[in-house]
Design a protein around this ligand. Structure first.
Ligand code: KIV
Length: 274
């Protein structure tokens, strides 16, 4: 079996140095983690997208540390080769450094090797506190879903020169504070390319074009398990919701017609003397 993916291996992985782009996919439970790991992903993210794609919320603000820890533990039970990163949910790293380290510790104890948090220069003190506590941190810049109300919706960010320059400064600040990788979401491809060139750690894009050091997609989007949102950056590699509904309807039809279960799908009494 291949050795597990480590934080130092990810930290030094840049496409400009000849590395293949990193692959990160979200997972929220043991079977999805097994699938992502068997597919050969480098990183598994237990994202707070959990709230939207699994728990039925309209945004990511409805989940807290207990939910993230519960699902991180389920993913960890798959014992993946991929590096397991857990999202720090909204308000779990905004109050003070002690609270932030405590919350991240819960996720690490649940099985995460690293945590991800949203925001740039305003988060430097928290990133330093986590790094100081030996908890590796992945940053997340651009369209940061926990800021949905401030952004006025899930909108592409850093389209103007000034906001693009601020994004590059944010990325540098996160790396200086100790971040080992940065997710860049929902920004123009040119801006993501600039960030990628400006920092020594890998950038992992989602809706940020091809010039990042890796790409991430949400499990349910990639596999077509949800059909409510269809952002342009999602490529659906399967239509599993439609397939699943078809299979479930076939089961319902077989039950109603008496075609399921058959004799061979049933247990029978032992034969006397058998
Ligand atoms: O929560 C999540 O799934 C994420 C990814 C979209 C990067 O943060």
């Amino acid at each position: 079996m291949d050795a597990r993916v480590t934080v130092p291996a990810i930290r030094s992985h840049k496409v400009a140095d000849g590395g293949a782009p990193l692959v990160m996919v979200t997972a929220y439970d043991t079977p999805s983690a097994r699938m992502v790991d068997e597919a050969g992903a480098d990183l598994i993210l237990v994202g707070d997208s959990l709230g939207m794609v699994v728990l039925g919320h309209d945004n990511t603000l409805g989940v807290g540390v207990p939910e993230l820890a519960h699902h991180t533990a389920a993913v960890a039970r798959a014992s993946p080769r991929a590096l397991l990163v857990a999202d720090m949910p909204w308000l779990s790293y905004h109050r003070d450094r002690g609270d932030t380290v405590g919350n991240a510790g819960v996720l690490v104890r649940a099985g995460a090797a690293a945590v991800k948090l949203e925001g740039g220069r305003s988060r430097v003190s928290m990133v330093e506190a986590l790094t100081d506590a030996q908890i590796p941190v992945m940053g997340h810049l651009g369209l940061t879903p926990q800021s949905v109300h401030v952004m006025g919706g899930f909108r592409v960010q850093a389209r103007e020169e000034e906001t693009a320059a601020a994004l590059v400064d944010d990325a540098r600040a996160l790396v200086d504070a100790g971040a080992f990788a940065i997710v860049i979401e929902g920004v123009p491809a040119e801006v993501a390319a600039e960030v990628t060139g400006a920092v020594a750690v890998p950038t992992i894009g989602i809706g940020a074009g091809r010039h990042c050091d890796g790409q991430v997609l949400v499990f349910h989007d990639l596999l077509g398990l949800q059909d409510q949102l269809a952002p342009r950056f999602v490529r659906r590699y399967a239509e599993l919701k439609a397939e699943g509904v078809k299979a479930l309807a076939a089961f319902a039809s077989d039950v109603r017609s008496g075609a399921f279960p058959t004799d061979t799908e049933s247990y029978h009494r032992s034969r006397p003397g058998g």
